[in-house]
Design a protein around this ligand. Structure first.
Ligand code: NAD
Ligand code: AKB
Length: 326
């Protein structure tokens, strides 16, 4: 039987790409998108849901007969530091609601996206192991690490099938990032395509783990469809795609756009990035559920540039048409 899926935080960078992927796979009617506010281009099967509101979540789950929840709603690292206590409150309350509603309503499976932000000063920077000690230094990272423990707690205590990956920075042309430390690696492409100079908020040599959007979406669905007995990690799996610094990404873009210029004005986000891994070891995900990323640097850069050029070209044509009509 096809699952009936509720996605929280569906309007964000990941949700707006995950929703069509899930609908493609399980049918439009079986995927209910939800977020704090509606979106005109995504009104089909959409519910306004503040994930910190347990009663409303329960009502939606019952009304649609939801069998799985993908819980994307969160405040990310850089935005989170502007109001750390609120970030903790929102991220924790929303996830605890998902767990409680899932337990009470007998939800079959829950997806919980954790992050490389769970790592801090104690973890080795290179090839960070899955079971490295977690001492994050952002409110967002603290909430994600606590969430991993709650995920395991609900599995052990109640048998709730919660599955989780620690996404690295996600890079895609399809949507805009929502206030994270890895956002530069998306923004830079928009500047390159518009032939504008880019000012980077990280140091040129600040290497971070990243993943192309299509790989991140595929990993999510593969993890959720893996046989239950293959999931040996009930807190969260490290997930790797590729790792690079802003200088390395700039050089790769300059192969296609030789006149593209980048300057560096590191801000508070550099302090966050400095504590995160340079690269992560995802061998547990590879062994347990066959994870294998497809996109390397060259394919990622080409795909981003090609698709963003099309996007801007389409917008320009549309604007010209509208101007001609007036
Ligand atoms: P995003 O910031 O783009 O989107 C988050 C969405 O959550 C937004 O649409 C926002 O309106 C919504 N939201 C915030 N508070 C809410 C609430 N109380 N109730 C309902 N909705 C609420 O984030 P994203 O990049 O799409 O990330 C999705 C998930 O993946 C998050 O949990 C994030 O921590 C995790 N993650 C993302 C990345 C990345 O690089 N994008 C990396 C690691 C982990
Ligand atoms: C962020 O930078 O906050 C996110 C993440 C890696 O969790 N992209």
């Amino acid at each position: 039987m096809k699952p009936i899926i509720l996605v929280t935080g569906a309007n964000g960078q990941l949700g707006s790409v995950l929703i069509p992927a899930l609908r493609n796979r399980y049918g439009t009617d079986n995927v209910i998108a939800s977020d704090l506010r509606g979106r005109t281009d995504q009104e089909e099967r959409f519910e306004v849901l503040d994930a910190t509101d347990e009663d409303r979540m329960t009502e939606i789950v019952r009304r649609y007969g939801v069998t799985q929840i993908y819980h994307l709603a969160a405040i990310l690292s850089a935005n989170g530091e502007k109001n750390p206590v609120r970030t903790w409150d929102v991220n924790m309350q929303a996830f605890l609601n998902v767990l409680e509603v899932s337990r009470k309503e007998r939800i079959e499976k829950v997806f919980y996206p954790s992050s490389i932000a769970v790592f801090g000063e104690s973890a080795p920077l290179e090839n960070t192991p899955n079971d490295a000690f977690l001492d994050p230094l952002t409110s967002y990272g603290i909430s994600k690490a606590a969430g991993e423990n709650w995920a395991k707690y609900y599995f052990v205590k109640y048998g709730l099938d919660v599955r989780s990956v620690r996404y690295p920075g996600v890079i895609g042309y399809q949507s805009d990032p929502g206030g994270g430390t890895t956002d530069y690696a998306v923004e830079i492409f928009h500047y390159a395509v518009r032939e504008q100079p880019f000012s980077c908020f990280l140091n040129p040599d600040e290497k971070l783990p990243m993943i192309f959007m299509d790989d991140a979406i595929r990993a999510t669905i593969e993890l959720m469809e893996a046989p239950k007995e293959s999931i040996t990690n009930r807190s969260s799996y490290n997930l790797a795609g590729l790792s690079f610094s802003p200088a390395e990404l700039t050089a790769a873009i300059q192969k296609h756009c030789p006149d593209f210029r980048v300057s560096y004005t590191p801000d508070d986000r550099q302090n966050i990035a400095a504590k995160w891994p340079n690269s992560i070891d995802d061998s547990a995900a590879r062994t347990d559920w066959g994870w294998e990323p497809e996109y390397k640097m060259e394919e990622l850069v080409e795909t981003m540039l090609t698709n963003l050029r099309k996007k801007y070209e389409h917008e320009k044509t549309r604007l010209n048409q509208l101007t001609a009509e007036v």
